[in-house]
Design a protein around this ligand. Structure first.
Ligand code: 5GP
Length: 170
């Protein structure tokens, strides 16, 4: 996806969220680090008096595959009790990371809790209950980088989203 295509789609999501959250107490929760560019653009496309906060979680991919859990590396700065929260993710693959994160945030008394992801892969969802409320693009099952997404912490600053053709050389 080119920078222009991404900008157009993110602006659409911003308009949709603006309409859906009028009069609400909106907090965007960015999941570090991949979501930072998406969050930065999305929030400027939302014409509401919103707040932002961040969480960092360890991916199960760094651990044994079977552990199936996520660890909170950085928690929210402010309480989300009574707030209307949208968790902002870069990409949903199996959905495991986000499913666990929604379980954790779901116990904190938010008025509402939804998901916005820039990219969504067609992988079979670990938990089918994971509902994606706002999605930028459905993509094929390939490893992508750019616009916040990394390969070994590189390429996050690419203004477009592309496929890594040879991951060994990434
Ligand atoms: P899940 O728990 O949904 O399987 O994995 C989600 C996380 O895996 C994302 O937040 C991201 O960090 C990583 N991930 C999954 N697919 C890709 C991809 O194609 N490219 C990059 N850069 N990261 C990915």
């Amino acid at each position: 996806y080119s920078a222009d295509e991404i900008a157009a789609r993110v602006a659409e999501l911003g308009k949709q969220i603006t309409a859906d959250y009028a009069g609400k107490d909106l907090v965007l929760v960015g999941v570090l680090k991949g979501s930072v560019i998406f969050l930065s653009d999305l929030m400027r496309g939302i014409d509401l008096n919103l707040k932002i906060d961040f969480m960092a979680v360890s991916s199960y991919k760094d651990e044994t595959v079977s552990s199936g859990d996520v660890e909170i590396l950085k928690d929210l700065t402010h309480s989300i009790r009574g707030k209307d929260v949208i968790v902002v993710e870069d990409i949903v693959d199996t959905g495991l990371t986000l499913f666990r994160l929604m379980e954790i945030l779901g116990s904190r008394g938010a008025n509402s809790l939804r998901i916005a992801t820039l990219l969504d892969k067609p992988e079979p969802r670990i938990k089918k209950e994971l509902k994606i409320d706002y999605c930028g693009f459905q993509i094929p099952n390939k490893f992508v980088v750019g616009y916040g997404l990394d390969a070994a912490n590189r390429y996050r600053n690419l203004p477009f989203i592309g496929v890594v053709i040879n991951p060994e050389e990434a």
